[in-house]
Write a protein that binds this ligand. Structure first.
Ligand code: G6Q
Length: 533
């Protein structure tokens, strides 16, 4: 049995250190260590991380690093890359890193043969398809080229594709229209297809299991929508492709498995945007740029795997999250990208982080009662957020560590807009850290400061930089998971609601009996059905 985190001497050393440091203000920390802004930074895969505005000293970093070593982070990193079945509850390897390893260079291929050449065969298949479609050489049932691509998927089969499409829109083929349908709410499908012509529309049904209720319901509505316009059931083969691990289910739906793009059970849903789940991304930006994105992921993977902890970006960010979560009692982390193209990045990160670290049982099956696990991730692009929730960041009673993300160059230079945007990044992190005393008699103007942040800078938002950024957070989450001794790769917490929805669904039908249930559920069912009490 692994020793409980809070019993580790390295954790206790951090608790003692926290007592000494908690009252220290960043103003004072910078005064005593004026060069820390030049020193407390690290760089990898095109990302520059300034972590100097954190409530830490060199001693904090040393103690956090010792904690990581104590928790076996080094061995766990090696185990993941090697293909060990580190997803213990689902008895699976965790090999999203193999999806972006260059041909012939997968570290796991010896143990998990699928993680080698088959990855590249699927990429080739995707590239061939994407190239044809982008060249106007994938024709619909009536002979017209496909111009509209609708990705149907949910959770990990939606959030990555939609985030990447928005993030890399600058590089996308503007002759093609992309839509993303996830919600079982019929509004999502209806609005996404309202202005599309069926004869020019291709649906990508993206589902690892091909059993997900929402996705199957939307795919079925898509089939009906297509058939209503085109009549002939043979049209399905030209207008539907699938991304899945489940060939039988795909065939049962009526999709030609020659138009199926596979992946493997060692790719978790929220870690799958660089697998075939990224087909819509590849169609949008083309196979070469998709390859650049994979290279960006891989560069960060290699950095994570090989760099010493004190210069390792994901390790540093993961440990800083632990520091605020477990010692300062911070409940959340705000992610604030100063780039409009990254508007869905916080939503993407919410799944990556919270589905991974929202756990309360250790890998040994012990309930976690003595420490906190995953914080709540949230955020919005700057500068918009500044005119709404930043009030709480600056003057609220809660401590919210922030990640600022910015770029040296805009993809859309427009007058002085970019300087104005970036001036705000630097101003916000400065105001949060150092604050400002209120004029006499006006306490409401007080900025107490001492609010920590990281700043991540890159040259410009390219596919490679997006890959590096996503991998940075993936591995930061991994680091957190190792310290908290949880499995960041399962998601049993989403099961119960799904099962109950299946149980409740029949009782929503007209004339079905209202089941005996708790009084709240019964009252709600009766009201929904328009029955008197
Ligand atoms: C992610 C989760 C979950 C999953 C969706 C869709 O890590 O497993 O969000 O991606 O439930 O599942 P399918 O791809 O199987 O439809």
């Amino acid at each position: 049995m692994t020793i409980m985190l809070t019993e580790r001497p390295s954790y206790k050393a951090l608790q003692a250190h926290y007592q000494q440091i908690q009252q220290r203000h960043l103003r004072d920390i910078f005064e005593k260590d004026p060069a820390r802004g030049e020193r407390m930074n690290a760089e990898a895969a095109g990302l520059y991380l300034d972590y100097s505005k954190n409530r830490i000293t060199e001693e904090t970093l040393r103690l956090l690093s010792t904690l990581a070593e104590d928790c076996g982070l080094r061995e766990r990193i090696d185990a993941m890359f090697r293909g060990d079945k580190i997803n213990l509850t689902e008895k699976r390897s965790v090999l999203h890193t193999a999806l972006r390893a260059p041909r012939g260079q997968s570290l796991a291929a010896a143990a998990v043969p699928d993680a080698g050449e088959p990855v590249h065969q699927v990429l080739d298949h995707m590239a061939e398809f994407a190239t044809r479609l982008r060249a106007g050489e994938w024709w619909g049932h009536t002979g017209k080229p496909i111009r509209n691509i609708v990705n149907i998927g949910i959770g990990g089969s939606d959030l990555g594709p939609v985030m990447a499409y928005e993030a890399l829109r600058h590089y996308s083929d503007r002759k093609l229209t992309f839509r993303f349908v996830s919600n079982v709410d019929g509004t999502d499908f209806t609005e996404a297809t309202l202005d599309l012509a069926a004869e020019e529309t291709l649906f990508i049904v993206a589902s690892k299991t091909f059993t997900t209720l929402e996705t199957l319901a939307n795919a079925e509505s898509a089939r009906q929508w297509t058939l209503a316009a085109l009549g002939d059931p043979a049209a399905v083969a030209r207008h539907f492709v699938a991304v899945s691990t489940a060939a039988e289910e795909v065939a049962a739906f009526g999709i030609d498995t020659a138009n199926m793009f596979g992946f493997w059970d060692w790719v978790g849903g929220r870690y799958s945007m660089d697998s075939a789940i990224g087909l819509s991304t590849m169609i949008a930006i083309g196979p070469d740029r998709f390859g650049e994105m994979l290279a960006g992921f891989h560069a960060m993977d290699e950095h994570f795997r090989t760099a010493p902890f004190e210069r390792n970006l994901p390790v540093l960010m993961g440990l800083l999250t632990v520091w605020y979560n477990n010692f300062f009692g911070a409940q959340t982390v705000a992610v604030l990208p100063y780039d409009q193209y990254l508007k869905r990045f916080p939503a993407y990160l919410q799944q990556l982080t919270m589905e991974s670290t929202g756990k309360s049982v250790t890998l040994d099956g012990e309930p976690i009662t003595s420490y906190q696990t995953g914080p709540i991730f949230w955020g919005e692009p700057g500068t918009n957020g500044q005119h709404s929730f930043y009030q709480l960041l600056h003057q609220g009673t809660k401590l919210v560590p922030c990640d600022f993300i910015g770029f040296r160059h805009s993809l859309n230079p427009l007058g002085r807009h970019h300087d104005m945007l970036m001036a705000n990044v630097f101003a916000q992190s400065k105001a949060l850290a150092f604050g400002q005393a209120a004029p006499a008699g006006e306490p409401y103007r007080n900025f107490e400061g001492n609010r920590p942040s990281n700043t991540i800078l890159a040259e410009r938002l390219t596919p490679a930089i997006l890959g590096a950024l996503v991998a940075l957070y993936e591995h930061s989450v991994f680091t957190q998971g190792v310290v908290w001794n949880i499995n960041p790769f399962d998601q049993y917490g989403v099961q119960l609601g799904k099962v109950l929805a299946q149980e409740i669904l029949p009782s929503l039908a007209r004339n079905a009996p209202v089941p005996a249930d708790d009084s709240s559920t019964v009252a709600l069912l009766r009201r929904y059905r328009g029955l008197s009490a």
